[in-house]
Ligand binder design. Structure first.
Ligand code: C2E
Ligand code: MG
Ligand code: MG
Ligand code: MG
Length: 289
């Protein structure tokens, strides 16, 4: 009986595995044409300061697949990473973000920033040289007319643990070039404080899973409070992501959180909408404060 049962399980398992594998192979194949066919676009989610003023936009990628419709990054980024296509996609994201930053600054002023997610694969390098991606970032965003501090690079906590020496020193050099670094999804990895202190990190982004438990879990309250006060002691600012309710907002403000991002303020929106969102928001703020 056990044998029979085991065989069925294996058969069912391998069937599911095959379906997943085929879907993955198909997506990786489709990714090849996606850039040339202009199937990617970026959406932008406002990040506001404690007064509700927009200070940054996070750029988030979307894939409009010709047959499958809109595909979210969680559904394809890991495949693009596995196949190496993330390098090319990431370069496209940077070009697009540069264009967006120019438009956003025209609409809103020089202080506004754009925040871009960067995958570990984009930062890994094989020859012991600074990887091409970092060099291109520096040339793209450090032209004099771009001004300083236009770009925030978001890397995940998990990535920090696995950096090689040259990438590490390149990241450390960002700050003097005027590029800031944010540690994304903070709280979900296992990096120690001592470790984070070795890097010149400008922002900690509290992962949305903690923000969303703020309403009903006291452990989450303590955690957010602790992250914020610790970050401040280490001269870092805190961005809370996934803020959806007024309750969450009030608690985060009370604990001294510096920046807020989430559906409470706005979903990620198209560039055109982002440009007018800024203006609406500025007018509202002028009336409110
Ligand atoms: P992330 O960088 O942590 O981005 C935040 C995610 O939370 C985004 O999902 C955003 O739409 C979502 N979000 C924001 N506010 C709220 C809220 O109030 N409630 C809820 N439920 N969700 C909220 P999205 O756009 O699906 O992106 C998912 C992840 O994909 C990102 O997480 C990031 O890790 C990755 N990603 C997105 N764009 C890029 C890219 O251009 N390059 C790379 N390498 N990764 C990207
Ligand atoms: Mg992010
Ligand atoms: Mg995040
Ligand atoms: Mg995330």
């Amino acid at each position: 009986y056990a044998k029979q049962c085991g065989r069925d399980t294996v058969r069912r398992f391998s069937k599911e595995l095959n379906v997943a594998l085929l879907q993955k192979i198909e997506l990786i194949k489709d990714l090849r044409q996606a850039i040339t066919n202009k199937e990617f676009y970026l959406v932008y989610q406002p990040i506001v300061n404690r007064k509700g003023v927009v200070t940054k936009f996070e750029a988030l990628i979307r894939w409009q697949h010709p047959e499958k419709g809109l595909i979210a990054p969680d559904q394809f980024i890991r495949f693009a990473e596995e196949s190496g296509q993330i390098v090319q996609i990431g370069a496209w994201v940077i070009e697009e973000a540069k264009y967006a930053l120019q438009k956003i600054r025209q609409a809103y002023g020089r202080d506004i920033q754009i925040s871009v997610n960067v995958s570990p694969i984009q930062l890994s390098n094989h020859q012991g040289n600074t990887c091409d991606f970092l060099s291109s970032l520096l040339t793209t965003f450090c032209e004099p007319e771009q001004g300083k501090n236009g770009l925030v690079v978001e890397i995940t906590e998990h990535l920090l643990m696995n950096l090689d020496e040259s990438t590490r020193s390149a990241l450390l050099g960002f700050r003097e070039k005027g590029i800031q670094v944010a540690l994304d999804d903070f709280g979900t990895g296992y990096s120690s404080l001592a470790y984070i202190m070795n890097y010149d990190i400008d922002y900690l982004k509290i992962d949305k899973t903690f923000v969303q438990k703020l309403d009903d879990e006291s452990s989450s309250i303590s955690l957010c409070e602790a992250i914020i006060s610790m970050a401040h002691k280490l001269n870092m600012s805190v961005i809370a992501e996934g803020v959806e309710t007024e309750e969450q907002l009030d608690l985060l403000i009370e604990y001294g959180c510096d920046y807020l991002q989430g559906y409470y303020f706005s979903k990620p929106i198209l560039l055109g909408e982002a440009l007018t969102y800024c203006q609406d928001k500025q007018l509202k703020d002028m009336n409110a404060f």
